[in-house]
Ligand binder design. Structure first.
Ligand code: SAM
Length: 284
């Protein structure tokens, strides 16, 4: 929406209420809540909340209801039969639905693979291979997805669907702890060998995966990280699980990581895009 500044309405809108004593190491939620909710502090996240009224105004332009999500799927989703059947098969397993990327996220990943003109894709967290399949199909002939999982049970389920989709030969599954697999891959493939990486495994190790992935990714290449809003728990002070704490620390780390360009999307469960800059990359 186009907005113009007027004498009555400065743009961007000025904060209605500036938080008292903004804490440099805390994100305060609710200090300007219209219902007068008490501030909640999220340790480890540095953010001045003076802009919260503005963010609320913008957020209110669009409320992400189930009906709106359904509309978006109706007019943009192109999930075909093999993907749909893989989704249905996966849903039979406990937590199958929760683990798998949403169909629209899979479609988005495929578009990113195309935009990067990727030939080599690295995935951390195969599960039953829905995202693997989406990305493999977007590759040109001769391209490949190296996909890592700690278990061989899940990729084995996906393999039948990869075969049916005609991309089995583009997918290179690696079984083992991804931290070790990534170290081995750097020796095997060499630095700067990956065009796009997708991180979607155990949340507590995201920082390790990111650090070991970054040297593998070519300058200008993309790291896509899933679940960086963790069902909104990142701003819930009552949420203190190791997973949510790890994601908060990871997000705060990325904010300050000048080795990458950064963008965070409020799509699915939160998707972060970190694009490796041309210079200055070394493992930390
Ligand atoms: C959220 S699922 C991945 C979903 C997948 N991207 C999809 O769309 O279907 C996370 C996967 O990470 C795997 N995983 C968990 N810990 C791991 C580790 N230490 N190393 C490698 N994979 C791990 C799990 O076995 C699980 O299959």
């Amino acid at each position: 929406m186009m907005r113009t500044e007027s004498a009555h309405e400065p743009w961007p809108p000025q904060p209605l209420l500036v938080a008292e004593n903004p804490c440099p190491v805390a994100f305060r939620v609710g200090a300007v809540d219209s219902r007068g909710a008490a501030s909640r502090r999220i340790p480890g996240i540095g953010c001045d909340n003076a802009w919260l009224p503005y963010y609320r105004l913008v957020a209110n332009q669009l409320e992400f209801t189930a009906e709106l999500s359904d509309y978006v799927r109706t007019v943009s989703l192109r999930e075909d039969q093999v993907l749909r059947e893989l989704r249905e098969e996966t849903a039979q397993y406990p937590a199958g639905r929760a683990m798998q990327v949403l169909a629209e996220e899979g479609q988005f990943l495929a578009m990113l693979v195309g935009l990067c003109e990727a030939r080599t894709v690295l995935e951390i967290g195969t599960f039953t291979g829905y995202s693997t399949l989406c990305m493999a199909r977007a590759l040109p002939a001769g391209g490949r997805v190296v996909t890592c999982d700690i278990s061989d049970k899940w990729p084995a389920i996906g393999a039948e669907f990869w075969r049916r989709a005609g991309v089995l030969d583009r997918i290179d599954p690696r079984v083992g702890d991804a931290a070790d697999t990534l170290t081995a891959l750097l020796a095997e493939l060499g630095p700067d060998s990956v065009d796009l990486a997708f991180i979607d495994a155990d949340k507590t190790n995201y920082l390790t995966y990111y650090e070991r992935t970054l040297p593998l990714v070519r300058p200008g290449g993309l790291i896509v990280v899933d679940n960086t809003l963790l069902s909104g728990q990142v701003i819930d002070a009552a949420a203190t699980s190791p997973e949510v704490q790890a994601i908060r620390e990871f997000n705060a780390f990325l904010r300050d990581d000048d080795r990458v360009e950064l963008s965070m999307l409020m799509m699915a469960d939160g998707i972060t895009l970190a694009r490796r800059k041309s210079t200055g990359v070394s493992a930390r």
